[in-house]
Design a protein around this ligand. Structure first.
Ligand code: SF4
Length: 510
């Protein structure tokens, strides 16, 4: 019988990974069982063994811009072996023709795969796939729950559950609001809780709420709807907000050893009621897109709703006062950046008491406003790398791909790259990590904190920013070692008898 394979492409395999790639397990559930259980391949763990693909199988490959090139390689190999090749994910949604040309796709799924995927598999196995399937934006109550029973044991430290898709903001470097839409689609509370209970039963204590923006209704949005006397919009926003609180109330009833982590906008710091509810719900950490520490930098990325300077420090500290640890995300390479920006940003990150930080290089990702502006200019220049236009930078071999794409008004690109590396080195020095590890109490937790900080540094910064391949390989080896050393620290004792709070037994077993 032909098999369905679901592949998460990656050029680097670490043997273990921090967070489960949720989409693989959601599509596994969407596949159904008519063709047996799908075979899941996450290349961040191990590279795909192409010999497992047989003629007539269906190979679903999910790509974002960063792994599109590796995804296309897999598509070509799978097609050569006579399999049906289907691409999905943000990048394939944006460039269905590219997936056909470079990845030899028989079919491309655009948008959410939750509802259309089973039909795509059926069409492939009947020998009649369509070139493009429009998955659209599935409503929150139709999001498919993941098949966690297919997870390999002991490979992932964090599970992932989604509670909302879409983000009402419109940051210029981000494609989420355009692909997932600006209208938040919140998932039913019961389904979220049920999935979390299933994961805790299996032994997962750390769960990422893999949302675009966990705080989709800010106090400012409510005030604006009131000012405009827009009654129906106000009721809509209030209902969305009430649902968030309902979810957090249910999370608060779950076992105390659970730790959730999510992504939110900085405006949440002005909303103590929300932060208190997060704390009670065991949401102990959040990625906050700070982007820049200056007002000019925020203007560069259309993020006027953030604050700069000392007001920014105060706002970020507000999270900590409410028991929420912040992973601050900063962008370097903005036109307003100067040589002082790197050290000033790290100093601010320390003053703001950030628990983790990431420093990313400004990159024009397709689907964003920044990309469109940059691509118009770049097309005029017509730069080629190994014969590939720079406007398709994701098709350039990784070792030859530039780390920055636009000339900077005051710094050379190498200065920006080195400044960014220095920021990572300073923030993640042993001394600073050890000092920050005081935020947790037990020695076991401190060790886990130190290891996860170093792992993050190795997995992300060295492999994403370093220019020489020897350093990248060294980092990959170190990340593999640290990953193996710390994975068990994140898992808890399974709780197979854990009940869903407030629900009678017969419902949660169903
Ligand atoms: S960066 Fe964050 S806040 Fe901005 S549009 Fe993207 S998801 Fe929304």
């Amino acid at each position: 019988m032909p098999r369905v394979h679901l592949v998460n492409p990656s050029t680097k395999s670490f043997g273990v990974a921090v967070i489960t790639p949720r989409w693989l397990y959601v599509l596994a559930a969407a596949t159904g069982t008519r063709w047996g259980d799908p075979r899941i391949v996450d290349e961040t763990l191990e590279p795909l063994d192409v010999d497992t693909i047989a003629s007539g199988d269906v190979v679903g490959i999910g790509i974002h811009t960063g792994n599109a090139r590796r995804g296309y390689e897999i598509g070509r190999e799978a097609r050569q072996r006579g399999a049906w090749v289907v691409f999905g994910g943000i990048h394939a949604t944006l460039f269905p023709n590219e997936a056909a040309a470079h990845g030899m796709a028989h079919a491309v799924v655009r948008g959410d795969g939750d509802l259309v995927w089973a039909g795509v598999v059926e069409d492939c196995l009947a020998g009649t796939p369509r070139a493009v399937y429009e998955g659209g934006r599935v409503a929150g109550d139709e999001f498919v729950s993941a098949r966690w029973d297919l997870l390999p044991s002991g490979r992932y430290m964090w599970a992932s559950v989604q509670t909302v898709r879409g983000c009402p903001k419109h940051c210029s470097f981000c494609s989420v609001w355009r692909t997932d839409g600006q209208e938040p689609r919140q998932r039913g509370v019961e389904r979220v809780v049920r999935e979390i209970v299933e994961l805790r039963r299996m032994g997962f204590r750390f769960i990422a709420l893999a949302d675009d923006n966990f705080y989709p209704v800010a106090l400012g949005d409510l005030a604006q709807a009131k000012r405009r006397a827009d009654g129906s919009r106000l009721r809509e926003l209030e209902a969305l907000r009430a649902e968030r609180f309902e979810l957090m109330t249910r999370l608060a009833e779950l076992p105390d050893d659970l730790v959730f982590y999510t992504q939110i906008t900085m405006e949440a710091a002005e909303d103590p009621t929300f932060l208190d509810a997060m704390r009670r719900a065991k949401i102990r950490g959040a990625l906050v897109g700070v982007e820049s520490v200056t007002a000019e930098g925020l203007k560069d990325v259309y993020k006027g709703f953030n604050l700069a300077g000392e007001e920014l420090v105060a706002r970020l500290r507000a999270f900590r006062r409410h028991g929420i640890h912040v992973l601050g995300s900063f962008i370097f390479g903005l036109p307003s950046d100067t040589r002082e920006s790197f050290d000033a940003t790290v100093a601010l990150a320390h003053r703001a008491e950030l628990t983790f930080a990431q420093f990313v290089l400004l990159t024009p990702f397709p689907g964003t406003v920044d990309f469109e502006k940059w691509a118009v200019e770049e097309k005029r220049r017509g730069t080629l790398v190994d014969g590939v236009p720079l406007t398709q930078h994701w098709l350039i071999p990784e070792s030859r791909r530039p780390r920055l794409y636009s000339a900077h008004p005051t710094m050379s690109l190498e200065e920006i790259r080195l400044g960014t590396e220095r920021a990572w080195d300073r923030f993640y020095s042993w001394q600073h990590i050890w000092a920050r590890s005081r935020v947790v109490e037990s020695i076991r937790a401190r060790v886990a904190f130190v290891l996860i900080s170093k792992l993050y540094r190795q997995m992300y910064a060295n492999t994403g920013i370093a220019a020489d391949s020897a350093r990248v390989q060294r980092s990959t080896r170190r990340a593999r070692w640290i990953g193996y050393a710390c994975r068990r620290l994140f898992l808890g004792k399974p709780m197979p008898d854990l009940r869903i709070p407030c629900e009678p037994q017969r419902q949660y077993e169903g």
